[in-house]
Design a protein around this ligand. Structure first.
Ligand code: NDP
Length: 481
C-alpha cells in the first residue's frame, strides 16, 4: 500500500494545531524564525553558486556535443583542442543550431503539459486503489502556510505515453526518433525556457510574490537568482511553479526520451539491445514511482524546503532531461549487448535498489502519516520527539524515527537511490566514462543534500536534532559515513 498524503497532511496539521501553544505565540511573534533556506550567504556557497551558474550549462553542452561529434568520448574533444587539431569555433560551428521545427516541437510539448496540468483534474485516484491524487495539501511552510496542489501527474504521464505509443504504432504523425533527431536544437529551447522561468520567478518575487512572508532575500543577486526568493511561486490559484517544473515537462519527458533512443537503436541497427531495454525498464520504474507518489513528493525537500530559482527552474528544464538520460543516449552510439548473467545482475541490483529507496521513503511516510502509530518491520517504531517554530511564533511538534531503515542511517533512501543510479550506469559497460557521470553527479547531489538537509534540520529542531544524530550516527552507509 502506498502513502495517503491527504490523510498525512490533515493528521499532521490537526496534531500540530491541537498542540499549538498560544502563550508562546505572543511572546515570539515578532522574532524571525531561522529555519528554512539561509538568510545570509557565506563565501563558499557563493563561490559554488557562481561556478554552477557559469559551468552547468557548459557541462550539459559538452556532454551532448561529445556524443554528437565524438561518439560520446569525453576525452577526444579535449585532445583535439589541446593538440590544435580543432578550435573551439570548429566544434561550435558543427553544433546544430536552434530550428523552427525544434521550437515548434518544444512549444507544443510544454503547452500540452501545461494543459494536462491545469485543465484535466485527476481521475486516476477514482479507480486506482492506493493511488493518492486530486487536491492535496503540502507541508507547513516557514511562514505557516499550507498550500493546496492538484496532483494529476500520473494521469498526465499516462495520457502522454498512450499518445506516444498510439502515434508510434498507429497514427504515424511523427517518427518516434523525433526527440533524438532534434536533441541539440531542443537543448536550446529547453535553455530558453529554463532561463526565462528562473528570471521571471526572480522578477515576480520582487513585484508580485504569491506569499510575501515566505520570500527570502539574501541581498546577494547571484544567490537569490540561483536558490530562489519565492518559496511557492504561483500563477493564479493552481499553477504552482515547483510542482509543474519539478515533474513536468522534465520527468514526463524522461521516459519518452528513453523510448526515442530505443527507437533510434531500432532504426540504426535493426534491433534494441538488452542494455537499452534495461535502461528503459529501470528508469521507467523510477519515473512511474515518482508520479505514483507525486502527493508524497509534496513533503520532500524540493517542494517543501527549496525556494524556486534557477537551481530548480533551469535544472528541471535542462539538467534533468539532458543529463539523467545519458545512458540511453550513449547506447544509441554504442549499442551494448550484455551477457545474460550481467543483464540479470544489473536487473537485480536495480530492483533491490528500488526496493530500498521505496521502502525507506514509505517507512518515513507511514510513520509521519500515522504519527508513529504504526508497525515498522513488525514492531512499534522508536522515535525522538522534537519541536520547532514557524515565523509567526507558533510552536509545532514533530517526531524523528529511529527504527527500520531510518535506524540504519539518516538518509538510507539516498543510499537506495545511489545504488539504482549505479545500475543504470552499469548497463553501458566500461568502454567510456560518459554514462558514469550520472552516479558521480548523484553522489555529489545526494551527499550535498544530506549536509544541506541536516543543516536545515538542525536550525529547525536544535538540540532535538542533536539527540537524533546521536541515536543514528551515520548518514548513508552504516558504520562508514
Ligand atoms: P527525505 O525524503 O529524506 O526528506 C528529508 C526530510 O525528512 C527532513 O528534512 C525531515 O523533514 C524529515 N526527516 C528526516 N529524518 C527523519 C526521520 N528519521 N523521521 C522522520 N522524518 C525525518 O529527502 P528528500 O526530500 O531529499 O528526498 C526524497 C527522495 O527523493 C529520496 O529518496 C531521494 O533519493 C529522492 N531524490 C531524488 C533526486 C533525483 O534527482 N533523482 C533528487 C532529490 C531527491 P521535517 O522537516 O519534516 O522533519
Amino acid at each position: 500500500m502506498l502513502p495517503k498524503d491527504i490523510m498525512a497532511a490533515h493528521q499532521e496539521k490537526k496534531t500540530s494545531e491541537e498542540r499549538k501553544r498560544k502563550s508562546t505565540q505572543n511572546d515570539t511573534r515578532t522574532s524571525q524564525v531561522q529555519w528554512g533556506r539561509a538568510w545570509e550567504v557565506d563565501w563558499f556557497s557563493l563561490a559554488n553558486i557562481i561556478f554552477l551558474l557559469m559551468f552547468a550549462p557548459l557541462i550539459v553542452y559538452y556532454f551532448i556535443m561529445s556524443c554528437d561529434q565524438y561518439q560520446c568520448s569525453l576525452i577526444d574533444p579535449l585532445i583535439d583542442l589541446f593538440t590544435g587539431n580543432k578550435h573551439l569555433s570548429d566544434i561550435w560551428n558543427k553544433t546544430p543550431t536552434l530550428t523552427y521545427r525544434a521550437a515548434g516541437i518544444y512549444t507544443l510539448w510544454v503547452a500540452f503539459q501545461v494543459f494536462l496540468y491545469l485543465f484535466i483534474p485527476d481521475f486516476c485516484h477514482k479507480f486506482l486503489p492506493g493511488y493518492v491524487g486530486g487536491v492535496q495539501e503540502g507541508a507547513v511552510t516557514p511562514a505557516g502556510v499550507v498550500n493546496k496542489y492538484e496532483i494529476n501527474g500520473l494521469q498526465a504521464w499516462i495520457i502522454t505515453h498512450v499518445l506516444w505509443f498510439a502515434n508510434a504504432y498507429y497514427f504515424h504523425w511523427f517518427s518516434p526518433t523525433i526527440i533524438f533527431d532534434n536533441w541539440i536544437p531542443l537543448l536550446w529551447c529547453a535553455n530558453v525556457l529554463g532561463y526565462a522561468v528562473s528570471t521571471f520567478a526572480m522578477i515576480k518575487s520582487y513585484f508580485f510574490p504569491t506569499n510575501a512572508k515566505d520570500c527570502k532575500f539574501t541581498g546577494n543577486f547571484f544567490y537569490d537568482y540561483m536558490m530562489g526568493i519565492e518559496f511557492n511561486p504561483r500563477i493564479g490559484k493552481w499553477f504552482d511553479f515547483k510542482l509543474f517544473f519539478n515533474g513536468r515537462p522534465g520527468i514526463v519527458a524522461w521516459t519518452l526520451i528513453n523510448l526515442s533512443y530505443a527507437a533510434k537503436q531500432q532504426e540504426l541497427y535493426g534491433q534494441v539491445t538488452n542494455s537499452m531495454i534495461l535502461v528503459n525498464v529501470l528508469q521507467g520504474i523510477y519515473v512511474l514511482d515518482f508520479f505514483w507518489n507525486e502527493a508524497w513528493y509534496l513533503k520532500t525537500i524540493d517542494i517543501c524546503h527549496d525556494h524556486f530559482g534557477w537551481y530548480l527552474g533551469w535544472g528541471d528544464c535542462v539538467w534533468l532531461p539532458y543529463l539523467y538520460t545519458l545512458q540511453g543516449l550513449y547506447l544509441v552510439y554504442h549499442p551494448v549487448q550484455l551477457g545474460t548473467a550481467n543483464a540479470i545482475g544489473i536487473l537485480m541490483l536495480g530492483l533491490i535498489s528500488y526496493y530500498i529507496f521505496r521502502m525507506t521513503n514509505h517507512q518515513k511516510d507511514l510513520f509521519r502519516r500515522t504519527n508513529g502509530n504504526c508497525k515498522i518491520w513488525g514492531k512499534k517504531p522508536e522515535y525522538i520527539e522534537c519541536s520547532y517554530m514557524s515565523v509567526d511564533g507558533t510552536k509545532y511538534y514533530s517526531k524523528l524515527m529511529t527504527s527500520g531503515f531510518w535506524g540504519w542511517a539518516r538518509h538510507f533512501n539516498y543510499t537506495g537511490d545511489l545504488m539504482g543510479s549505479l545500475a543504470y550506469c552499469l548497463t553501458c559497460g566500461f568502454e567510456h566514462i560518459l554514462p558514469y557521470f550520472y552516479i558521480v553527479y548523484m553522489t555529489i547531489l545526494l551527499t550535498h543534500r544530506c549536509i544541506r538537509d541536516e543543516h536545515r534540520c538542525f536550525s529547525k529542531y536544535g538540540k532535538d536534532w542533536k539527540r537524533y544524530t546521536a541515536a543514528v550516527p551515520y548518514r548513508l552507509i552504516p558504520g562508514i559515513f
